[in-house]
Design a protein around this ligand. Structure first.
Ligand SMILES: C[S@@+](CC[C@H](N)C(=O)[O-])C[C@H]1O[C@@H](n2cnc3c(N)ncnc32)[C@H](O)[C@@H]1O
Length: 234
């Protein structure tokens, strides 16, 4: 985990909010216990996952350390400044902790201890990643060009169990979905990636110019796969 990248996203919070995909509702349901009422979105960012949880009728606490990212979170949630390693809610007060696109940025042992403290018996830890479907065509070239880590081909080949110290065995499911996009959306999406944010200005500009050359013109569907993992607390 590179701490400079972990906390880099605020510089591109607007692009993140505008151009990152949401999460399919079935993937979100998959990582929740059936009885879920109050859930906590950890490393909530601009609230992509928070909004899906709210639309399911849940009470949501969104925890995010970065001020610029947190400012975008849907105000229907209880929005708190905080970190995964020191979650700022009472012990045993939520039915699930869910993490979108962020578990890999945490100190996982400390985060797991913190999650164990706040989740009630029978609850879950759910981890979600939106992976670009780089099976073929220009998305594959794009993923190569940017050096994207969250792409489907890596998830299929790597031994990528997200954490060995989970409360119970992991269950995993993949959910295909699409994002309505155009060249501006793809450029903004790539600009919101930590691997691009931390580049020197001139290099970043060259990298993003090349993105525009790689993508088709007009409107198109950008293919994603949500990689969803759930572990239950007994
Ligand atoms: C790639 S973004 C994901 C945002 C959001 N969960 C989503 O699905 O779009 C990663 C987020 O994790 C946050 N983050 C990084 N380190 C963290 C930590 N130790 N505890 C909590 N959040 C952290 C960053 O500030 C950033 O908002």
């Amino acid at each position: 985990m590179d701490p400079r990248r972990a906390l880099s996203f605020g510089a591109q919070a607007q692009a993140y909010a505008a151009a990152r995909p949401t999460y399919p509702v079935d993937a979100v349901r998959f990582v929740l216990p059936v009885h879920a009422r109050r859930v906590l979105d950890l490393g909530a960012g601009t609230g992509k996952l928070t909004s899906v949880l709210l639309d399911l009728g849940l009470d949501v606490v969104a925890v995010e350390p970065d001020d610029e990212m947190r400012a975008h979170v849907d105000p229907r949630a209880v929005v708190l400044k905080g970190t995964a390693e020191d979650i700022p809610v009472e012990a045993g007060s939520v039915d699930a902790v869910v993490v979108g696109q962020a578990w890999h940025w945490f100190d996982r042992d400390a985060a797991m201890a913190s999650v164990r403290r706040v989740v009630r018996r029978g609850g879950t830890l759910g981890l979600l990643w939106n992976l670009l479907d780089d099976s073929d065509g220009w998305p594959r070239e794009l993923a190569e060009h940017i050096g994207m880590e969250d792409r489907l081909s890596f998830a299929q080949t790597a031994d990528n169990s997200p954490y060995d110290g989970a409360p119970g065995p992991w269950r995993r499911q993949l959910f295909h979905h699409e994002q309505a996009a155009d060249p501006d959306v793809v450029v903004a999406n790539m600009a919101s990636r930590s691997v691009v944010i931390v580049l020197p200005d001139a290099e970043r500009a060259i990298r993003l110019d090349r993105v525009r050359e790689l993508v088709p013109s007009g409107d198109f569907a950008l293919p994603w796969v949500t990689d969803a993992w759930v572990s239950h607390f007994s």
